[in-house]
Design a protein around this ligand. Structure first.
Ligand code: KG4
Ligand code: ZN
Length: 408
């Protein structure tokens, strides 16, 4: 239905600015990306080279911090209140009119139903009004591919996605082709950092009141002694690439309760040892992530799944902002000869740019572009790629010990 738009950059005759000669120019394709899968309302306009022409982001973080967690109807209301303004701002900043867009890309899976619904409803109305093609986006694929906007990373590459909703390891073989090597069996790394921070009442800490749980733990952990508490690294005897954080969260809660009793501190007040608990929790989470990632690298190498030249580990998602975790992973990639790449922090957390970029990648390959949108639905649960976790488990690779000494 949109052949000239979809097969390549739009070629058009334009009037030359200084003379009256008509010149043949190539107009790059432009995608508007819209993200509302969780608690950020994001929009961005990108051209096909990855240049961000305009973007806007409304974060609900402070509201959810104040309420002690994400409450889906509240997230939905905030998306509803902000989506029009956020999209308009991204368009205004880009100087692009809706009729100049090549397509609109929007997160439709996975995520909170109530949040996804707002982005999808808005986008469908927008594409119908402006008669534009629609590109439905998988949120985790978008996190995985963001790096390609900034670095020429060829497929296949290994990707670790660590966020508030997900923790997984996958081999990216193509823009829509992934092998799932491992994932969390209970809560995600970011969720457990958020809950530990909440249990430590870090919102009442003068330096942490506006920070997400993960950011607060990272900040306080810098001045803490991680050896003051010993938490057991999860799943030490299970030789696969899955993750688990619920048990660790429980260990930390028990240690907090014990200290509260010793110090006579009520829930809501700050313990004297918050920095040490933050440092020890962060270290244990980092070690767990590093060990599973190390095994994933060895598995991929043993199966010849990574290229000989420049094999790469990409790390993204909100928790990938954490410098301590990045440094821990660097020890693993240095030991195994991989190249480590993380997008800058603002592109690791949820945003509209990564969705627009995924739209560009799809547009370039002509994949998943819809001119009829009647059937489009959002999907709160959506696995990433082909699940080969049992194959990883069968390989039962033992990971050689690595000294994870980080200078904080
Ligand atoms: O990717 P994201 O923005 O949203 C989801 O898709 O979940 O990730 C948000 C998560 C939160 O759990 C937050 O605590 C965590 O990322 N996070 C961090 C840091 N910054 C954000 N975790 C550890 N260290 C950080 N610096
Ligand atoms: Zn995310």
């Amino acid at each position: 239905m949109f052949p000239c738009v979809l097969n390549g950059p739009v070629r058009c005759w334009m009037k030359h600015s200084t003379s009256n000669v008509r010149a043949f120019t190539v107009r790059p394709r432009l995608v508007l990306g819209i993200e509302t899968s969780c608690d950020e309302t994001g929009a961005a306009v990108l051209d096909e080279t990855g240049i961000i022409l305009g973007e806007s982001l409304h974060s609900q973080k402070q509201t959810h911090l104040d309420m002690g967690g994400i409450i889906p109807p509240v997230a939905q209301r905030l998306h509803k209140e902000n989506i029009y303004r956020v999209v308009q701002e991204a368009l205004d900043r880009s100087g692009i009119e809706p009729n100049e867009l090549t397509a609109v890309a929007t997160t439709v899976k996975p995520g909170l139903s109530l949040s996804l619904g707002i982005g999808l409803d808005f986008s469908l109305k927008f594409v119908r009004l402006h008669e534009k093609p629609f590109i439905p986006i998988h949120h985790m694929e978008a996190h995985a591919l963001t790096v390609r906007m900034l670095h020429p990373v060829d497929f296949p590459f290994l990707v670790l996605l660590v966020s508030g909703g997900h923790t997984l390891l996958a081999l990216a073989k193509g823009i829509d082709e992934f092998l799932l090597l491992g994932q969390t069996l209970d809560v995600a790394a970011g969720d457990s950092l958020d809950k530990i921070a909440r249990r430590l009442s870090l919102r009442n800490h003068p330096e942490c009141s506006t920070l997400s749980g993960g950011q607060a733990i990272e900040l306080l952990g810098k001045e803490g002694d991680r050896r003051a508490f010993h938490f057991k690294t999860p799943m030490g005897q299970i030789y696969d690439c899955n993750f688990s954080f619920a048990g660790l969260q429980n260990q930390v809660t028990m240690a907090i309760k014990k200290k509260e009793k010793e110090e006579g501190v009520e829930t809501g007040q700050l313990l004297s040892c918050v920095k040490d608990i933050a440092a020890a929790s962060q270290h244990t989470i980092a070690s767990h992530i590093a060990k599973r990632t190390h095994r994933a690298i060895l598995f991929c190498k043993s199966k010849g799944l990574l290229p000989q030249h420049n094999p790469t580990l990409v790390v993204s998602g909100g928790v990938a902002c954490n410098e301590y975790i990045r440094q821990t992973l660097k020890i693993v990639t240095d030991a195994t000869g991989l190249h480590l790449l993380c997008p800058p922090s603002k592109l690791c957390t949820d945003n509209g740019v990564m969705i627009a970029w995924n739209g560009i990648e799809r547009l370039k390959q002509g994949k998943g572009i819809m001119s009829h949108t009647e059937e489009v639905k959002y999907e709160p649960k959506a696995p990433l790629g082909l699940d080969i976790t049992s194959e990883v488990n069968d390989a039962a690779i033992k990971v050689p010990p690595l000294k994870l000494r980080i200078n904080s």
